[in-house]
Design a protein around this ligand. Structure first.
Ligand code: C2E
Ligand code: CA
Ligand code: CA
Length: 272
């Protein structure tokens, strides 16, 4: 499989990606995001998957990166938005009005000429006034400041929320937080994984939560896998949690949100 990957996908990734869009090899999974205070589902994050007929599942980190370097990320994200809109009627029955729908947007797309039009088309294809769409933009690259700022204003006018993703892994500085009006901050899972290692790591997470609150952002912790991590985050008033403990990313047909709430509740009871 690796050799197949090297020989075909890697040798002509552009062609393989375009073919994969055309042949419907991409699909989406949804991961629950839970409010820490109530342990109720506040929404889901949409994650893209690629099942290649020969090479099998290609990791998202790999194909997103390929799509970005091959300038296919814009058509790929457009395709993603179409897939979400197709799922929307079912999603609407699973998630109450006001639920968040987190969508990962590449900074490259943010700067593309078609960005506003692509999002307007998406809004038109979605049920009105049901989901609160949160665009997750990784802090790793937010190159064109002026253009981003303009788009942020426009997105807010259109009713979108914006979250800074993978916070703590890239170049985001305090000046970024001051300049850009983010509604949410997603604390990278590497911080959560190492919480138990040292009091210093815990202090850093506490300070990032405080920092986010100082800028009136909703803080979501990613990669919550253990009860200890959940307890710590609840205690430190992290607004939302996401991770395998609360629910793995799953296809819409397997998205059992009640089960996620219930298991989270029973966890809560075990802790008290
Ligand atoms: P991300 O936006 O940080 O997404 C969260 C990643 O953490 C997902 O990996 C998810 O499956 C994983 N995760 C969630 N909870 C846990 C946990 O408790 N433990 C562990 N070990 N992992 C957890 P995934 O799906 O492999 O995606 C990786 C990255 O690929 C995403 O990171 C995102 O940057 C990118 N990506 C995925 N789908 C899309 C997409 O549709 N568009 C764009 N632009 N990027 C995407
Ligand atoms: Ca994300
Ligand atoms: Ca993330």
């Amino acid at each position: 499989l690796l050799s197949y990957y090297v020989l075909t996908i890697k040798s002509d990734p552009r062609k393989e990606l375009l073919l994969a869009i055309k042949n419907d090899q991409f699909y989406v999974v949804y991961q629950p995001v839970v409010r820490s205070e109530t342990l109720q589902i506040s929404g889901v994050e949409v994650l893209m998957r690629w099942r290649h007929p020969v090479a099998g599942e290609i990791p998202p980190d790999v194909f997103i990166n390929l799509a970005e370097t091959q300038q296919i990320i814009v058509p790929l994200t457009r395709h993603l938005l179409t897939l979400i809109a197709q799922d929307a009627p079912v999603l609407q029955t699973l998630l109450p009005a006001g639920s968040k729908l987190g969508i990962n947007i590449s900074p490259i797309h943010l700067h593309a000429g078609s960005f506003q039009q692509d999002l307007q088309r998406f809004t038109a294809a979605m049920p009105t006034d049901h989901f609160s769409v949160v665009l997750e933009i990784t802090e790793r690259a937010m190159i064109d400041k002026n253009r981003s700022l303009e788009n942020f204003d426009w997105l807010h006018e259109q009713g979108f929320e914006i979250a800074i993703d993978d916070f703590g892994t890239g170049y985001a500085s305090l000046s970024y937080l001051r300049k850009f009006q983010f509604d949410g901050l997603k604390l990278d899972k590497s911080f959560i994984f190492t919480l138990g290692d040292s009091p210093q790591n815990q202090a850093v997470v506490e300070k990032i939560i405080d920092l986010g609150k100082a800028y009136s952002m909703e803080i979501t912790a990613e990669g919550v896998e253990t009860l200890e991590q959940l307890t710590f985050l609840m205690k430190n008033k992290c607004d939302e949690v996401q991770g395998y403990l609360l629910g793995k990313p799953s296809a819409i047909a397997d998205l059992n949100l009640n089960a996620a709430v219930l298991s989270a509740y029973s966890l809560g009871h075990t802790m008290n």
